[in-house]
Design a protein around this ligand. Structure first.
Ligand SMILES: [Zn+2]
Length: 313
């Protein structure tokens, strides 16, 4: 197995500041195909008052579903939230975009159950949010400060949280595939890094899994337009990859989206290996329950500015 190790390393310019809550400045409509049903889907993002969080509204069922760990109802292949039979599917790429851009409060209205899959990344959501603009709100943003190490293990998956002044994540993947192998990525989570290095990374799948999903009536909307598909020997997509390590970048994107369901940005150092939506979300629930390992504070956050160079080592 080739060990393809790199990290995003910056000359850090850091300062402590109190972050305010944020919402979007204008409504945003996003349309596309739903991954699992294959039907058209459209969502509308609306500005929301302070302390709302991310709130989904199924107009057709007149049901509000809060984006938090308690709303999670399915975790196979994508993250699904639900309440009273009303579901919202494939939330993770939208949630990652909101978390990555520091948008705390937004109402997401939809008629059906699916968030559009778009190109399988968070890129389009980020583009639309940046075009609408992000506005500060007159209230401090609380965050979860890790005060004591917390370790979660489940099968091969392991996720740990350690006290740390900033917001850093190290992610490791291991796949028995020529293009994947063992990879590791470390990133300081700040907006520019997310926009440029993480948000455009697309979801990926293996040809054999696609055949299985289709046979079970899932991923009807899946195509080479919204996923990287790997055969035993390489990438099937004629357009190739956006990053040579696009796979692990997308795993990090999913991790960010899933962990946003904790409801607070995490100040700490997270390390994760071999995780998926199910383990990400069980970690989130167990971390929330381990209240001796963190505190919620509205005090100053360490803010990292001016990313400089990216180093592959
Ligand atoms: Zn994903």
């Amino acid at each position: 197995m080739n060990y393809n190790h790199f990290k995003l390393a910056y000359s850090l310019q850091i300062n402590l500041s109190v972050r305010l809550q944020r919402t979007i400045k204008a409504e945003i409509t996003v349309e596309g195909i739903g991954l699992h049903t294959g039907g058209r889907s459209a969502i509308r993002l609306k500005p929301a008052p302070k302390d709302t969080g991310v709130l989904f509204y199924r107009r057709d069922k007149n049901e509000y579903i809060a984006a938090n760990v308690g709303s999670v109802c399915e975790t196979s292949f994508a993250t699904t939230l639900g309440l009273n039979g009303a579901k919202v599917r494939t939330v993770e790429h939208l949630l990652a975009a909101l978390a990555g851009l520091g948008v705390d409060n937004v109402l997401v209205e939809m008629e059906g159950s699916e968030i559009p899959i778009l190109d399988g990344s968070s890129g389009k959501f980020v583009e639309k949010i940046l075009a609408a603009g992000v506005a500060d709100q007159p209230s401090k943003r609380p965050h979860m400060r890790i005060t004591k190490p917390f370790v979660f293990r489940e099968g091969d998956a392991e996720i740990s949280a350690f006290p740390y002044g900033g917001r850093r994540i190290t992610y490791q993947t291991f796949y028995p595939h020529r293009l994947l192998g063992a990879q590791q990525l470390t990133a300081e989570m700040e907006e520019e890094t997310f926009i440029r290095e993480i948000a455009p990374a697309r979801t990926f799948g293996f040809l054999k899994d696609v055949q299985y999903l289709r046979a079970h009536g899932l991923a009807r909307g899946g195509s080479l337009d919204n996923a990287i598909i790997l055969s035993d020997t390489g990438v099937i997509n004629p357009t190739g990859l956006r990053f040579k390590d696009e796979f692990i970048r997308h795993k990090l994107l999913d991790f960010i989206g899933d962990l946003s369901l904790i409801g607070f940005p995490i100040q700490g150092y997270l390390t994760a290996r071999k995780t998926g939506h199910a383990s990400n979300l069980r970690f989130a629930a167990e971390l929330l329950a381990a209240s001796d390992c963190w505190e919620i504070t509205s005090g100053a956050e360490l803010v990292i500015e001016q990313p400089r160079n990216i180093k592959y080592a």
